[in-house]
Design a protein around this ligand. Structure first.
Ligand code: MLC
Ligand code: AMP
Length: 493
């Protein structure tokens, strides 16, 4: 039995999940996920690491599907709920998904595609009916468990394959470092196709035997209403969400502010990550909630690597020190460790580090040094024992609202527009979003920006669409013909 199911075995009557449809015990989660496993197996004993892509809203059906795939011996591929069809098709085809599990509201989008491609599509609700219990295969931890897509310095996103052992290492590190227990109650409002929402919140809560409450869409007002019910005591989010929560708080009456601050002061833990936490947000959130946010650093490929302490100084502007079981070093361009106080690239080793980029052996090999260190591409420095992030080694990676976005992917889509002659995409600093996606276009005379935005909606998820544009007659290039992106950023200031 995979260890993620331990608490469910031990405490079948404890509440595992709360969502808009009700509350569910660990026992019923086990039952529902077994039913899904049996349906996926269709009489076979083992899916043998077949990929199962699923498009299901956060809640009991999502977790039952995830666990069902794992119980059946498959690899789970959660799909982003805001992707347009071409982005979904890319993930489904790249993983060669054998089957799709889809909630009713997403079927209009995926059913015609699945029919055309001959990929079986299961309705998550129907899957859970009429299945008799039957013994399931024994899945060991060396098996592939999960593929999450991440943008990088190649134009198309890469699938990050993690084994069960990788996930177990990522989860157990956090369980100990942040002192999760079965009496915790957390609110998950982050997307579940990325590690922050999936591993740090969902899997950690279930591993600990805690209660996991889901909110399908982030809405600051609703978050506060849930907080005021007084059950949530652990909360994790990206800096943009704290920024938005502060703005909402500031719009409230003094009485409501006081009630909220009192309520939040009883929380056990509040965490920020996935992007740099601005000092202004850290400090204002302390006034709002009475909490010093615990900032930590991680990545899809490695889970969490560096964290401020649960007990001890949480230093503004710093990501803390390596988590137990994670080896971290800072190196120069020759991969030599740098002297203390000198900036270098963060490289990571440990049992939580992913297995491979799905179907991309060359990219996988390039991502590691010869002696097995994963190259994060993030530049940091150590000052008085704490790491501080200074930036990234690539200008083509943008972090907006905690999402990683490849400038190259957006440029490739823009270039396919018949009226765009040339383009360059850059990230520009923004207090709320961290960075905003900005595009510089060289166009035929008659391109309407409003039309371009509609055209992009069918090709890119809206969070990847440029938020601001500049039109130039030509892009600045260096002697090698490469666009000098640093010269473009000031155009937006
Ligand atoms: C939404 N929008 C964004 C955006 N999110 N634009 C840029 N960047 C984003 N991240 C835009 C939409 O395109 C839309 O534009 C408008 O904002 C409103 O959309 P919305 O969906 O209603 O926005 P909202 O719900 O407020 O979303 C904001 C958010 C969301 C912060 C809740 O972005 C989010 O959930 N971010 C978390 C991402 C995450 O989990 N990252 C972790 C990766 S793992 P328009 O034009 O259509 O109106 C990782 C490792 C680690 O990084 O260390 O954790
Ligand atoms: P992703 O590829 O979406 O998993 O994003 C991982 C990247 O997010 C890292 O490589 C960092 O660049 C960034 N990141 C995560 N946490 C932090 C943090 N606390 N501060 C700054 N950047 C962060």
């Amino acid at each position: 039995m995979l260890p993620i199911f331990n608490q469910a075995q031990l405490h079948p009557h404890a509440i595992a999940i709360l969502d808009s449809s009700g509350e569910y015990t660990y026992g019923s989660l086990m039952e529902k996920s077994s039913q899904i496993a049996l349906k996926l197996l269709q009489g076979k004993v083992d899916l043998s690491e077949a990929r199962v892509a699923f498009m299901v809203s956060p809640g009991i059906n999502y977790v039952s599907t995830l666990w069902g795939i794992w119980k059946a011996g498959g690899i789970a591929v959660p799909l982003c709920l805001s992707y347009p069809l071409p982005s979904l098709a890319y993930v489904i085809e790249d993983t060669k998904a054998a089957v799709l599990v889809v909630e009713e509201i997403y079927q209009d989008l995926l059913k015609p595609y699945a029919l055309e491609k001959g990929i079986p599509l299961l309705d998550v609700e129907e899957v859970q009916q009429d299945n008799k219990a039957a013994p399931l295969t024994e899945v060991n931890s060396d098996r592939g468990a999960l593929i999450l897509y991440t943008s990088g310095t190649t134009s198309l996103p890469k699938g990050v394959l993690s084994t069960h052992a990788n996930l177990e290492a990522q989860i157990s590190t956090l369980i100990h470092a942040w002192e999760w227990t079965a009496s915790d109650h957390t609110l998950c409002l982050l997307p579940l196709h990325h590690v922050h929402g999936l591993v740090n919140v969902t899997c950690c809560a279930l591993w600990a035997g805690a209660t996991l409450q889901f909110l399908h869409r982030f809405q600051a007002e609703e978050v506060y209403s849930i907080f005021l019910e007084g059950k949530v005591n652990v909360f994790m989010a990206v800096p943009t969400i704290y920024f938005k929560l502060i703005a909402e708080f500031d719009s409230y009456s003094e009485n409501k502010k006081k009630a909220l601050t009192d309520c939040m002061s009883h929380f056990r833990l509040m965490v920020s990550g996935s992007a740099a936490l601005p000092a202004s947000v850290m400090e204002r959130w302390q006034e709002v909630s009475g909490h010093r946010l615990l900032e930590r650093y991680g990545m899809t490929e490695i889970g969490m690597a560096i964290s401020n302490p649960y007990r001890g100084e949480r230093r503004t502007g710093y990501i803390g020190s390596p988590l137990p079981g994670v080896k971290v070093r800072l190196v120069d361009e020759a991969y030599e460790e740098v002297a203390l106080g000198t900036p270098g690239e963060i490289q990571v080793k440990g049992p939580g580090v992913f297995a491979s980029y799905w179907g991309k052996p060359e990219a996988t090999q390039k991502a590691f040094t010869e002696d097995g260190w994963f190259k994060t591409g993030d530049i940091a420095v150590v000052e008085q024992d704490y790491y501080r992030i200074l930036g990234r080694d690539s200008i083509d990676i943008i972090k907006s609202g905690g999402y990683k976005i490849s400038a190259l992917e957006i440029e490739e889509v823009l270039r396919s527009h018949s009226l765009i002659k040339d383009c360059a995409v850059v990230g520009i600093p923004n207090e709320e979003w961290g960075e905003l996606v900005a595009a510089v276009l060289v166009i035929e005379t008659n391109l309407e920006l409003a039309e371009l935005k509609d055209w992009l909606k069918e090709r890119l998820p809206s969070y990847k669409s440029p938020k601001v544009y500049q039109i130039l007659a030509d892009l600045p290039r260096n002697a090698m013909g490469k666009v000098v992106k640093n010269e473009l950023k000031p155009l937006f200031s």
